[in-house]
Design a protein around this ligand. Sequence first.
Ligand SMILES: Nc1nc2c(c(=O)[nH]1)N[C@H]1C(S)=C(S)[C@@H](COP(=O)(O)O)O[C@H]1N2
Ligand SMILES: [Mo]
Length: 315
Amino acid sequence: MLIRKPHAICPSEITPPDLFRRRREWIKAAGAGAAALGLSAGLPGAAQAQRIRLFGVRKSPLSIDEKQTPYEAVTTYNNFYEFGTDKSDPAEYAGRLKTQPWTVTVEGEIKRPKVYDIEELMKLAPLEERVYRMRCVEGWSMVIPWAGFSLSELIRRVEPTANAKYVEFTTLADPRQMPGLRSSVLDWPYVEGLRLDEAQHPLTLLCMGVYGEMLPNQNGAPVRLVVPWKYGFKSGKSLVRIRFQEKEPQTAWMRSSPSEYGFYSNVNPEVDHPRWSQATERRLGEITKRKTLMFNGYGDQVASLYAGMDLKKFI
Ligand SMILES: Nc1nc2c(c(=O)[nH]1)N[C@H]1C(S)=C(S)[C@@H](COP(=O)(O)O)O[C@H]1N2
Ligand SMILES: [Mo]
């Protein structure tokens, strides 16, 4: 992964909430004039984006009870390489992504293949708020109140065949909307994968919102995956295809860096990344490092998925 070392990330890199809010207010006030002058392209995407509240989101018992990372940090400190590799790039450039209309093609080893319209997909099951602990492979972590429903709700409806052993997730790769595709940091599109039982696990979230609102583009609008016991890169943003298959998918990170990334990518403090330790992490907004927890603290729920597997080998 083309990244800075974890210790190089300090809290001051995150736009202070006050400053951000003031900037947004200024932009709102200046909005009409700026648009008329054709200046809107120069404004940060996050600031010009419409914020749309989600209604009827119920609390989930799968949430953790930890202090949530502020909205401003969640939406301005992002990895979304399709918009650039700097943490601030997605908030700055993803505003131009057109998320409507949007479809997600569900295909492969299933009895009911279907192209889902995003509106239909959002209504498939009641939306739940899931406060999850998120751990990036780069060494930072956040606590984020996502909104969505278990991916298993979708999987149940499309009826996997006996040949379905894995699920491949493909995300949008549109060079007209995504300036980061010009870089060859990854072999686009961004592809991720899960074993079928991992994909069916109740914690695996098909996510459409955050902080009670529809996802901002920089967080993967209109629909993304969230797999909280794995490193953040497994949680693909802006999904366009979900394919069920017999073979293990080749993920974008495995293709670009096979010596550094395996298929499972479970958070594991005992297995270092070849270039740095994974034993500790920095929770955004905190100074003192925390010890990273096995399966990111979700071991009680997910460890049984890997019974009998050597997790030093299946990284
Ligand atoms: N399509 C796509 N999905 C992606 C990425 C990306 O670059 N492209 N980055 C991943 C990484 S490394 C992380 S840590 C999380 C970050 O999600 P967040 O910015 O919403 O916190 O998104 C993941 N999903
Ligand atoms: Mo990440």
